[in-house]
Design a protein around this ligand. Structure first.
Ligand code: ATP
Ligand code: MG
Ligand code: MG
Length: 371
């Protein structure tokens, strides 16, 4: 089947009795196939987002949808209790005629439908510290609304996603195997990682011992996973919930800092252009703490910076591992692309390590004001 077409059985299942359905490709997502459906008929009219779930990446789509149904139901209840607008401030699933959130077509494709949220925009890159702050507010707000959700009941849609010691072990195996014959040319980078052998355990150990609580995490906290209201310019809805999993709040925070507070592109070959901007770090931290509204524990506040360093180190380890294994996982567009990516991450790690006391001062000041 052409992935860009929607089988009639899918439309019949989600929109029974629909006399007219205009269906077209929509948005700039890279993972799922996304369509905008304009339907009218006896089962209701309106605009909807129809998605074919990427089941190569997500191998248990039913479990993923169980997570999304649980989390969006919870958000809807909380938003209603707080006097918000649940039709705009959370994704809302449209169920099949027999009450299911997912449908498997005859050729094995998995489909789901959300109500379309009108009058919003999605930006692929933050243009300013203000955009970054707005995204932090939204992800913090998401964390606050889900603070008492039983996170352990969620499925791990990608097992060991932020298990940094496991990533480290995979890296060590790749060094030992040296299947692409590149280990000798990257001794410096290998040494950078192995010098942090103990450090990679910091957060998982705190989670295992109960110092850091298990939370509902989003795991794809990019700016374009937030819908921004066209009138107010404010983030109103966190979308793209495929990677919602049990995890650490500081990892969601840290991943945002990793890509959003860097002064250079993720694959910038000129490392003099790559550093962690304290201005952007402060903007995001302010928004996140404001959004969280006191939901974070003191131990989480103390671990925010480790979240940023850990996510950056982990990402660098993954790029370097892929370089050592011959570039099987991340697509490359030039020679040594994954090595360049690993180097930007390690440069950021060093820079954050050097700026740790400045970053701590920022967190302390903002926590005193906002928590
Ligand atoms: P990514 O590459 O970020 O993983 P994806 O393939 O998982 O993306 P989504 O982020 O879920 O896809 O959706 C793609 C785009 O569709 C979004 O960026 C947004 O523009 C739009 N979109 C998704 N859901 C809605 C909705 N309920 N209302 C309006 N627009 C939406
Ligand atoms: Mg997305
Ligand atoms: Mg996605």
């Amino acid at each position: 089947m052409n992935q860009k077409t929607v089988p009639q059985e899918v439309l019949n299942t989600f929109f029974p009795g629909t006399s007219l359905a205009d269906v077209r490709s929509y948005g700039d997502g890279h993972i799922n196939d996304t369509f905008l459906v304009e339907a009218s008929g006896s089962s209701g009219s309106g605009k909807f987002i129809l998605q074919r779930i990427n089941s190569e990446i997500f191998q248990h789509p039913e479990e993923l949808m169980e997570n999304i149904q649980g989390v969006t139901g919870w958000l809807r209840k909380k938003i209603t209790e707080e006097g918000g607008d649940p039709a705009r401030e959370t994704l809302n699933l449209r169920l099949t005629a027999d009450g299911k959130p997912i449908f498997k077509d005859a050729s094995g494709g998995y489909w789901r439908v959300y109500d379309f949220i009108e009058n919003t925009s999605c930006f692929s890159q933050s243009e300013s510290a203000e955009d970054f702050y707005q995204s932090a507010l939204s992800f913090g707000h998401f964390q606050r609304l889900l603070a008492d959700y039983p996170a352990h009941t969620l499925h791990e849609t990608i097992p060991h996603f932020h298990d940094t010691p496991v990533r480290f072990a995979t890296f060590e195996k790749a060094v030992a195997a040296d299947s692409a014959g590149r280990a000798d040319s990257v001794r410096e980078e290998i040494a950078f990682v192995t010098a942090r052998r103990e450090y990679v355990h910091t957060l998982v150990d705190k989670q295992a011992s109960g110092i850091l609580p298990l939370r509902v995490t989003h795991n794809d906290t990019k700016l374009n996973n937030i819908l921004i209201d066209n009138e107010t310019g404010k983030g109103i809805c966190v979308i793209d919930l495929d990677t919602v999993m049990p995890g650490l709040s500081v990892n969601d925070f840290g991943d945002s800092i990793r890509f959003g507070a860097s002064t250079g592109a993720e694959d910038e070959p000129d490392l003099t252009k790559v550093s962690c901007s304290l201005e952007l770090f402060e903007a995001y931290t302010k928004g996140f703490l404001e959004g969280c509204g006191g939901a974070l524990t003191p131990a989480e506040l103390d671990s925010l910076i480790d979240g940023a360093i850990m996510m950056t180190l982990e990402c660098g380890i993954r790029f370097l591992t892929d370089h050592l294994e011959g570039d099987h996982y991340f697509k490359i567009h030039r020679e040594n692309h994954n090595l360049d990516r690993a180097r930007t991450q390690f440069k950021l790690v060093s820079d954050m390590e050097a700026k740790r006391s400045d970053m701590e001062a920022i967190v302390k000041k903002l926590a005193a004001e906002l928590c």
